[in-house]
Design a protein around this ligand. Structure first.
Ligand code: ADP
Length: 489
């Protein structure tokens, strides 16, 4: 039984780990301890040990030592372990969801959904690993033969954010493992417990020591250590464009292959022929899940001028009715923001927009619950110079703007340096193709706010980065092609 004062109160207490996990061992940290607080209450959840750069280097060496054994296994042997990992994640989904809500704040129902979504990548890539087939190419001369082998790229590193503390980890780790690569993961500082629980389950699933490692410590130091070590052949990052630029520059040192899933500034276009009710509900879902702290969250809603007044009124009323509260409360729609800096940033962006003439329809300030809670906020009359229009908001705030015709909608939607997700609602078949092709984004949701799945490529263009995760393409980044010419046949 969990202790009465234990906020986690897990069915399986062994999932709660407080140490980095390297080479199959829970390490005594040699760096300053990391403090983790519950964003819903401010109450301290615990401390986690961290590693200094020299210990991270030793962890990379251990992963390198684990490479030959993991690579030599058959795809079927690796796949069996990954399937077990998937099953264990599902078996412990209640505990994993509770850990996530406590350290991240999202509603428990969303946390459960994320565990299922995250686990799906372990299964998908367990299957894809068995299909990482090479090629035999018709040779240009009769006495030669030409083969392409697909081999694991080597030791990989992943740096993940706090907004999806399980899914981002499995989405990066699973294709690496399936390809035959050991991986070192540095999760976000606010959400280490979810990452460590996944490591515990990987060990129970029979993933060998050194193949899946979780390192924690000073983020810039770890980023530099990954970049400087010649064994790291691939870095996959999800986070801000600002950090992505730093990591991308650093990857030049050892010519590492990189995947960058960076910020977004998603438009959501409602055309005059849209299913109005579906568009309102789609926009609510695509804006407010995870309190808007999602890289594919809607930032800017563009509504045809004939629907603008009606849409704004209905959308603002729906937003105002969302229940803000502790994610453990089953009625909660919107949990707290992740930290004080997030609340301050949104407050500043809104204050700037107001001085630039924006009108607030609902919300606009911190919620009466106090702490890190913020009201769902809907604004109009935004200046396109405003930072709230140009930058990723990452909170429960959205702007609505009218447009005249399809060309103007596309121009406004594309007027951003970002290119991750976009959405539009229309029932006109010709428009459906024209607009889907005209949007300069890596992903387009047409008449749906749900645009991520294990079977679909996920990723962006422009300042939102490059590379695709998930789908049959997701394993490619973790494989190298080796061309073999055979002469004298
Ligand atoms: P956010 O501002 O939303 O937290 P970040 O890009 O700062 O987004 O964080 C995403 C991940 O990148 C986190 O795991 C964080 O610790 C890590 N990170 C931040 N700065 C650096 C850096 N200079 N080098 C390596 N990792 C970093």
């Amino acid at each position: 039984m969990p202790a009465l004062n234990d906020p986690f109160a897990l069915q399986d207490a062994q999932l709660l780990r407080h140490q980095p996990f390297v080479n199959g061992q829970w390490m005594t940290g040699d760096g300053p301890a990391l403090v983790v607080d519950n964003p819903a209450t401010g109450v301290r959840l615990g401390e986690v040990g961290t590693l200094t750069p020299s210990s991270v280097n030793a962890a990379i060496d251990a992963a390198q030592a684990a490479l030959p054994g993991w690579k030599a296994m058959t795809a079927r042997e690796r796949s069996a372990r990954m399937e077990r990992w998937h099953d264990l994640i599902l078996e412990h989904s209640d505990d994993l969801a509770r850990i996530m809500t406590l350290e991240q704040g999202k509603p428990l129902s969303e946390a459960r959904g994320e565990i299922l979504y995250g686990a799906s990548f372990a299964k998908w890539f367990a299957e894809e690993g068995r299909r990482a087939v090479g090629e035999i190419i018709p040779p240009p001369q009769r006495n030669r033969r030409l083969l392409v082998l697909r081999e694991p790229i080597g030791v990989c590193a992943a740096i993940t954010p706090w907004n999806f503390p399980c899914a981002m980890i499995v989405r990066k780790t699973a294709p690496a493992l399936a390809a035959g690569c050991p991986i070192l993961l540095k999760p976000a500082e606010s959400t280490p417990f979810s990452a460590l629980a996944l490591a515990e389950l990987s060990q129970r699933a029979g993933i060998p020591p050194g193949v899946f490692n979780v390192v924690l410590g000073n983020p810039p130091d770890i980023g530099k250590t990954f970049a400087a070590h010649p064994a790291i052949r691939k870095l996959s990052f999800t986070g801000s464009t600002r950090t992505g630029r730093i990591l991308l520059a650093q990857s030049a040192e050892q010519i590492q292959k990189v995947t960058m899933e960076l910020g977004g500034n998603a438009p959501f276009i409602v055309f005059e022929d849209a299913d109005f009710d579906a568009a309102v509900e789609g926009a609510i879902a695509a804006k407010f899940r995870n309190a808007g702290q999602v890289c594919i969250a809607v930032n800017r809603i563009l509504v045809h001028e004939t629907l603008f007044g009606r849409f704004t009124e209905r959308f603002a009323a729906r937003a105002a009715a969302l229940k803000v509260g502790n994610g453990l409360d089953p009625d909660t729609d919107i949990g707290p923001l992740i930290n004080t800096a997030a609340v301050e940033r949104i407050t500043t962006l809104l204050a700037e927009a107001k001085t630039e003439g924006a009108k607030i329809h609902t919300g606009g300030q911190t919620h009466k619950l106090g702490g890190l809670y913020f009201e769902p906020t809907v604004i109009t009359q935004i200046s396109q110079q405003s930072r709230l229009w140009r930058e990723e908001i990452f909170g429960p705030v959205v702007t609505i703007l009218p447009f005249r015709d399809e060309a103007e909608a596309l121009r406004l939607a594309n007027a951003t340096e970002y290119g991750l997700a976009s959405y539009f609602y229309s029932r006109d078949l010709g428009r459906l193709f024209r607009v889907a092709e005209g949007l300069q984004f890596g992903m387009v949701g047409v008449n749906t706010p749900v645009i991520s799945s294990d079977c679909a490529p996920f990723g962006g263009i422009k300042a939102s980065g490059f590379g695709r995760e998930g789908s049959s393409h997701g394993i490619d980044d973790y494989l190298e092609s080796k061309t073999v010419w055979i002469g004298g046949i």
